[in-house]
Ligand binder design. Structure first.
Ligand SMILES: [Zn+2]
Length: 111
């Protein structure tokens, strides 16, 4: 039996493919489908992102920034300000994504 068929058969027999996804506060257990479970072996970051409702890039950024979104201002040297937007730390993925799209400013830049 192929691996995917095996996992599908197990799923039909009520076996859940629970994945321990790294999140801000440790890990969250989320049920993957058989196709996602197999892809964990090649590219787990993409699957983690899917399970959290984010693209691979967004998931990596979200986790590494600890759910923070950086200020939209540019410093005098022309770099993006690296302070977090006021209130935009430790956000859940959906809220993080929304703030990323709307932007905002840190305390220094009038947030
Ligand atoms: Zn700023």
């Amino acid at each position: 039996m192929e691996r995917l068929q095996l996992l599908k058969a197990l799923e039909e027999a009520s076996c859940q493919l629970a994945v321990s996804v790294p999140v801000l506060s440790g890990a969250r257990t989320i049920v993957a489908n058989p196709e996602q479970a197999l892809r964990l072996l090649q590219d787990k970051q993409t699957v983690y992102g899917e399970l959290m409702g984010l693209s691979r890039t967004d998931y990596v950024e979200w986790l590494s920034s600890e759910g923070s979104v950086y200020c939209s201002a540019t410093t005098q040297k022309g770099n993006r300000c690296r302070n977090a937007i006021v209130g935009a730390t430790f956000l859940e993925p959906a809220a993080w994504k929304a703030v990323c799209e709307s932007g905002g400013y840190c305390a220094v830049h009038g947030g």
